[in-house]
Design a protein around this ligand. Structure first.
Ligand SMILES: Cc1cc2nc3c(=O)[nH]c(=O)nc-3n(C[C@H](O)[C@H](O)[C@H](O)COP(=O)(O)OP(=O)(O)OC[C@H]3O[C@@H](n4cnc5c(N)ncnc54)[C@H](O)[C@@H]3O)c2cc1C
Length: 365
């Protein structure tokens, strides 16, 4: 007999796992994952920080609203962030401060003397910084496992190694077809497919929203001197790099954004070299080994804001996509809001300060 669900969530990365868990008390939920391991794609490849300004002013409310949930879970470990600048970056510093003015981000200017104490070996041209002191490391695996476990306890049926291959409207719901000819019925289809969000829309006959996968690279370095464990997250005000310690190693990104087809992303040697070159312009440390390198796809709608809500044209199709570079740090509030929008529920303490219209797929007309 064919299985019936109220809701089928496509993709069991952070987006799918979190919204499935939030929906579980209210509905019979199927969580479908193409890979044998949920989290294999973008979720498993993040740089694992919660930074209030990351993603821009319209993402700040989602990040701030998620903070208490993450803290209560023990998933945040405060590190602080420094957006470092040179004298010629004055305009960028002013623009940054203006952009985040009134958003709730707590920013402070730091001069060269303090900067030297915080980042030993900083090259002299880096003269000042904007500090965001509440920036924290996130335990991504723990958060993802938390949501998978919460879902499981709430009755979510997780099917790994099962790719959605077709979805057709049938009655007031969907008939879903998977590889090997298996099928299921669901009332609502939730698109949490990350880099494949447009592909999943297309296979359900829904207009694509031009959600673009952009590759981002991270390298793990051994350095001399070793990176101090209490080093803040150091980001370029001009967006050309960031780095942070991971125990006594360093995680470094050249902040690349290379358009890619949805795929199992891998780092390019050129991006690794670029990352190291840029790093060497910031501190006088020596890179002694590249221990690990990886890449993942960050997925952006054309206005770089996430997309949460029912498709305005096709009934029963709910977007939960475009989580960009902030899908981990915004996961709790995004999932709560997503579930409330899907179920037609009132907003609660976590989501009351959010403006759902900012994230609605209807904004694309
Ligand atoms: C290098 C890097 C650094 C980052 N750093 C941070 C950070 O510090 N902080 C932060 O908050 N965010 C960060 N991000 C962003 C964050 O990782 C993403 O926003 C988040 O992981 C997106 O989760 P997702 O569930 O949408 O995507 P994914 O984790 O990719 O999950 C989507 C899933 O859908 C599945 N799927 C696709 N099509 C189908 C189908 N047809 N049937 C079944 N399943 C399907 C895929 O297999 C995949 O597992 C970073 C990203 C990268 C790449």
């Amino acid at each position: 007999m064919i299985e019936r669900y109220d809701i089928a969530v496509i993709g069991a990365g952070m987006a799918g796992a979190s919204i499935a868990a939030e929906l579980a008390p209210h509905a019979r939920v199927l969580l479908l994952e193409a890979e044998d391991q949920p989290g294999y794609h973008t979720t498993g490849r993040s740089a694992a920080f919660w930074e209030v300004c990351y993603g821009g002013p319209e993402v700040v409310p989602l990040t701030l609203a998620s903070g208490p949930y993450l803290r209560e879970l023990g998933a945040l470990h405060t590190r602080g962030a420094l957006y470092v600048a040179r004298d010629q970056d004055e305009a960028a510093v002013a623009a940054f401060r203006e952009r985040f003015d009134g958003t709730g981000a707590n920013l402070r200017m730091v001069g060269r003397a303090e900067l030297e104490q915080r980042v030993a070996g900083l090259r002299p041209e880096w003269t000042h910084a904007i500090e965001e002191p509440s920036c924290a490391d996130i335990d991504v695996a723990a958060l993802h496992q938390h949501y998978l476990a919460l879902g499981r306890r709430g009755g979510v049926v997780l099917r790994s190694s099962t790719r959605l291959e077709a979805a057709e409207r049938e009655g007031d719901g969907w008939r879903l077809r998977f590889a090997r000819g298996e099928e299921a019925l669901a009332g609502v289809l939730v698109n949490a497919a990350g880099a494949w969000a447009d592909d999943v829309a297309a296979l359900a006959g829904v207009r694509k929203l031009a959600i673009a996968p952009l590759r981002r690279t991270v390298v793990q370095l051994r350095t001399d001197p070793p990176s101090p464990v209490d080093l803040p997250l150091v980001l370029d005000i001009g967006g050309a790099f960031y780095f942070k310690p991971e125990q006594d190693r360093l995680w470094l990104s050249p902040h690349d954004e290379t358009p890619s087809a949805p795929c199992d992303a891998a780092p390019e040697e050129l991006d690794v070299a670029l990352a190291i070159h840029r790093f060497e312009q910031v501190v006088d440390w020596r890179v002694t080994a590249v221990e690990r390198k990886w890449a993942g796809l960050r997925n952006f709608a054309p206005d770089r804001l996430p997309v949460y809500g029912y498709d305005p044209r096709v009934e029963g199709f709910f977007w939960f996509a475009g989580q960009g570079g902030f899908g981990i740090q915004t996961a709790p509030a995004a999932a709560r809001l997503g579930a409330q929008l899907l179920l037609g529920q009132e907003r609660d303490g976590m989501t009351q300060a959010l403006e759902p219209a900012l994230y609605s797929p209807a904004r694309f007309g």
